[in-house]
Design a protein around this ligand. Structure first.
Ligand SMILES: Cc1cc2nc3c(=O)[nH]c(=O)nc-3n(C[C@H](O)[C@H](O)[C@H](O)COP(=O)(O)O)c2cc1C
Length: 319
């Protein structure tokens, strides 16, 4: 069973990936948050940093490309190949309005013929293996009946399926039976993604679909970074794990980023970690208010000191 870390834009950047690997590990591949290439193939300074092989040394990291123009996709893919990457991933799942408004991400599932035309261009002579991360449709899960035979035509390296439609965003229950059907009908490995927030969730999926070659975890692994250790039969998450990981992340961001930006980034992580903790609202408010490193460190220290690990620590909506 392969285990992949899901790309989370604004969260699982190169610094995060290296910290996770150093503190926990156990991930077979880290998928990078998407880059959206233009003809000029110019990336922001931060993107350049995140995709640079130097910052991904020691990790199995897969760059992800968001594009509706095959030439832009292939140009970016060639660039990644030249940097030494051995796989690229196509994003067909992003539900965000700013992305779909430009006809990219999950919007590409709306027009099956146009999608086929695009995939023809990508797979005719790809510069390196292309995996795809997709949803099952835009408006309706029935769209998958039309889309699945299209995907089945191409030598897709791996198909990562988040079995929700774009309209569901991250709400409602994933259509697992559609994953099961896809597993049977595709030649390539089909990786499951969506709402695996505990070791039991992962085991249940594997029991229901024993042929599953791999799973991709996002929010669950971010909130409970020891989830894989537990899945492997090791110790479940302890409060100390979160504290140490938090500290590791904070030091790493302070090394590379301006102070204010580093603290801003820690606010994002802290919110996810708090899914696993009973905390005082006052402590959280103080930490979120802090924008200087020392101030933040003191507030986060107090938060962790007084926090109590939840009985079943996991990401959960509405908390
Ligand atoms: C904040 C955030 C950012 C995301 N960024 C990306 C991205 O850059 N590329 C992508 O393919 N999916 C992205 N996703 C989707 C996740 O990779 C994943 O499919 C989704 O969170 C469902 O998996 P989970 O239930 O294990 O979290 C993002 C999701 C979230 C919540």
């Amino acid at each position: 069973m392969r285990i992949y870390f899901a790309p989370l834009e604004g969260i699982t950047d190169a610094i995060f990936r290296q910290c996770y690997q150093a503190c926990f590990g156990g991930v077979d591949k880290y998928f990078m948050p998407f880059v959206s290439p233009s003809q000029a193939l110019s990336y922001t300074v931060r993107e350049e940093f995140d995709i640079s092989p130097a910052q991904n040394r020691g990790l199995s990291a897969v760059p992800q490309i968001l594009a509706k123009n095959a030439e832009y996709f292939l140009g970016a893919a060639r660039g990644f190949r030249d940097q030494g990457y051995t796989e690229v991933n196509l994003n067909l799942g992003c539900p965000s309005g700013t992305v779909t408004g430009k006809g990219k991400g999950s919007a590409m599932l709306k027009d099956a013929d146009a999608l086929q035309y695009f995939l023809d261009a990508l797979y005719i002579a790809p510069p390196l293996p292309i995996s795809i991360k997709t949803r099952i449709g835009f408006d309706d899960p029935d769209e998958w009946e039309r889309l699945l035979p299209i995907f089945a035509r191409y030598p897709i390296h791996e198909l990562i399926l988040h079995p929700r439609t774009r309209n569901q965003q991250y709400k409602g229950t994933p259509y697992r039976e559609i994953f099961g059907k896809t597993l049977k009908r595709m030649q390539c490995p089909v990786i499951y993604n969506g709402d695996l927030f505990t070791a039991s969730h992962c085991r249940e999926l594997m029991e229901e679909y024993p042929d599953t070659p791999g799973i991709m975890l996002g929010r669950g692994l971010l909130s409970n970074p020891a989830l894989l250790r537990e899945l492997e039969g090791g110790k479940p998450l302890e409060k100390e794990d979160l504290f140490r990981f938090h500290d590791h992340l904070f030091r790493a961001y302070l090394k590379y980023w301006p102070e204010g930006a580093a603290v801003g980034k820690m606010h994002i992580f802290l919110k996810y970690f708090c899914h696993c903790l009973h905390i005082s609202n006052r402590c959280l408010r103080e930490a979120m208010k802090a924008n200087r490193p020392q101030e933040y460190q003191d507030a986060a220290g107090e938060l962790f000191e007084s926090a109590v690990l939840k009985e079943n620590p996991r990401f959960s909506w509405g908390e």
